[in-house]
Design a protein around this ligand. Sequence first.
Ligand SMILES: C[S@@+](CC[C@H](N)C(=O)[O-])C[C@H]1O[C@@H](n2cnc3c(N)ncnc32)[C@H](O)[C@@H]1O
Length: 197
Amino acid sequence: MGRNRPYKGRDHFARRAREEGYEARSVYKLEEIQRRFGLLRQNQRVVDLGCYPGSWSRYAMKCIGPRGRIVGVDLQEPSLAGGTWIVRSVYDVTPEELLKALGGPADVVLSDMAPLTTGDRFGDHIAQLELARRALELARVVLVPGGALVAKVFEGGEAGDFQAEVKTSFARVKRVRPPAVRKQSREWFVVARGFRA
Ligand SMILES: C[S@@+](CC[C@H](N)C(=O)[O-])C[C@H]1O[C@@H](n2cnc3c(N)ncnc32)[C@H](O)[C@@H]1O
């Protein structure tokens, strides 16, 4: 019991997250993406899809500073001050709502969304890809030209098709598996830059 719970793990990243005041070890996935690509900058507007418990948002807020704006969407609300949290399924959120809450178009859309996994590898892969596709759909409306999308993907037969879909809207698309991803996990991230509106 508890061995796989993110915060109870004995691994280096879980310990570091506790010490550095982050809600989840997954923050180090975003930190690695930021170290490599420098997507998040001062004063930007950011959307964080699947923002609970809040470590990506907390990290993003540090990068964008007090004049940046962040809007997070999740089924649960993070207990974190400084952002606007929409507590609802991403399928029930409209791009117009995001734009209104941000006060303008987004510079970066982040998606670390994952469904509750069932153990059915193919079913989990498809459910997760639907979330990633929803992130792409919203990003296509809310991003500024030149903006960026980071989206989690569970590896599987249709992941390549999703990456190809992303390529139709962005100039540069990379597949990244940060060191903080657990060895047994099939997840990786699409990092897409240079949105073509
Ligand atoms: C891995 S967690 C995100 C962790 C977060 N990035 C952090 O660092 O704190 C995945 C999140 O996706 C959310 N999620 C799953 N399905 C969703 C949906 N349909 N709409 C919004 N969020 C969803 C879950 O509620 C969960 O909080």
